[in-house]
Design a protein around this ligand. Structure first.
Ligand code: AMP
Length: 425
């Protein structure tokens, strides 16, 4: 029987859960402030949901999807990203109401890509993403970039670089791709075999090659910014001035081309200077103005981003950052002496839990000393000791585990008394 988890997956437990909850609490708070609502889509979809939208020539579709046939022979794929599934759901469930656009949605979910596992790169990983669907105002682009930037700032990261670029519309890209192909044709032999294939299928994908040299060659070629039509160029200028108005610092990265075919117009990525360059992207996204109509939905524009939850936690830990518990909740450990009347302490457990205090019982019940040690180790604030004496008097002995001060409290108003002693509700 296999006893290891599959390569590229992780078990998340202990401290990592606290870090992760800290990040999730921050993003949920911001989604409320920015007025985004949650959507949960299935972990797998019909394969064409991803293959058609992400692009047949991308690495994700070519090499990285977990695709399988179900028992009826239908081809299904574990989601490699969130956008295509959200777009599918929005159209299928007719969520776009022309009177209240853009529709603002967010998701938190696990994604699956058959990549070569390494630090910060997993085969199953978690993403938090948002989509704003139905409008093309450049201010929405700025809002979305602001939100991504704000998430990492609120978590407490400092050494961040926000790169932005515009991929232009179909018209701009046609001219650009032609010139790019001319240039790449001259350096064809220096490209890796994968990029030689990309050259024929979609030369833009050379920018996502995992081999540095290919990306460097592509970056030396013509720039998309020189091929933007008037409309795309004006839109991008407005996004930039809105970002400046919001005091958000950005860098124009004209070699930024993100790894999915569906992007049009504004694209962006936030990197950390504290991570190695191969895994330094914390999150990114862009406009995808044609995807809704390509899925058979209304001809409406949209924009979104996704950030890596695991990578965010990894960076917090690498920087020695502490998570701050969302709220201070008292943690109480009940230590009943062996052989005691169970209803007595179960009743106290219920009273404390009803009051919202985190409460657990020491089922070891061997010695009070050992129980107190266990309570301290597990991060409890108070130990609540119940012996025969206490039952007789109708009290509990409460020990503060930091100061070791001890109090005898009556059972009747135990909650109020504990709050009085600790000052925590
Ligand atoms: P993408 O959907 O490729 O734009 O990725 C968005 C974010 O998800 C990245 O910036 C990473 O933080 C994270 N991410 C992407 N792929 C992986 C992976 N294989 N393992 C861990 N995190 C990932």
């Amino acid at each position: 029987m296999a006893v290891n988890s599959p390569r590229g997956t992780s078990d998340i437990f202990g401290q990592d859960i606290f870090y992760r909850d800290f990040v999730i609490d921050r993003v949920r708070e911001l989604f409320k402030i920015f007025n985004f609502e949650e959507i949960i889509t299935p972990a797998f979809e019909y394969t064409e949901v991803f293959s058609r939208s992400i692009g047949e020539a991308t690495d994700i579709v070519k090499k990285e999807m977990y695709t399988f046939c179900d028992r009826k022979g239908r081809s299904l794929t574990l989601r490699p990203e969130g956008t295509a599934a959200v777009v599918r759901a929005v159209i299928e469930k007719k969520m776009l109401d022309s009177k209240s656009l853009p529709l603002r949605l967010f998701y938190i979910g696990n994604m699956f890509r058959y990549e070569r596992p390494q630090k910060g790169r997993m085969r199953e990983f978690w993403q938090v993403g948002v989509e704003a669907l139905g409008r093309k105002d450049p201010l929405i682009d700025a809002e979305i970039i602001w939100l991504l930037n704000e998430i990492f700032t609120r978590i407490g990261f400092r050494n961040l670089v926000l790169n932005i670029n515009s991929m232009g519309c179909g018209k701009c890209r046609e001219k650009y791709t032609e010139k790019l192909k001319e240039y790449l044709g001259e350096v064809f032999n220096s490209l890796c075999t994968d990029c030689q294939r990309r050259f024929a299928e979609n030369p833009l994908r050379i920018f996502d090659c995992k081999i540095d040299n290919c990306r460097k060659i592509a970056a030396k070629g013509p720039k998309i910014s020189d091929f933007l039509c008037g409309e795309c160029s004006d839109h991008f200028m407005e996004v930039r001035s809105a970002l400046t108005g919001l005091s958000i610092r950005y860098t124009i990265a004209d070699d930024l081309v993100r790894g999915f075919d569906y992007y049009t117009g504004t694209i962006f990525e936030i990197n950390s200077k504290d991570l190695e360059s191969a895994q330094n992207a914390l999150g990114g996204g862009g406009r995808y103005d044609n995807l809704l109509s390509e899925f058979g939905g209304p001809d409406m524009p949209a924009i979104g981003f996704a950030l890596g939850l695991d990578r965010t936690v990894m960076l917090m830990k690498e920087l020695g950052m502490q998570y701050i518990p969302a709220e201070k909740r008292l943690k109480i450990y009940i230590l009943p002496a062996a052989g005691l009347d169970k209803p007595y302490f179960i009743n106290i457990l219920k009273v404390l839990r009803d009051a919202g205090m985190t409460c657990d019982i020491d089922y070891g019940m061997n010695s009070i000393g050992a129980g107190i040690k266990r309570a301290s180790k597990k991060g409890f604030d108070l130990a609540l000791i119940i012996g025969e004496d206490e039952i007789e008097k109708g009290t509990v002995a409460v020990k503060e585990l930091k100061s070791y001060r001890q109090y005898d409290l009556g059972c009747k108003d135990v909650v109020e008394k504990i709050m009085e002693i600790t000052g925590v509700k």
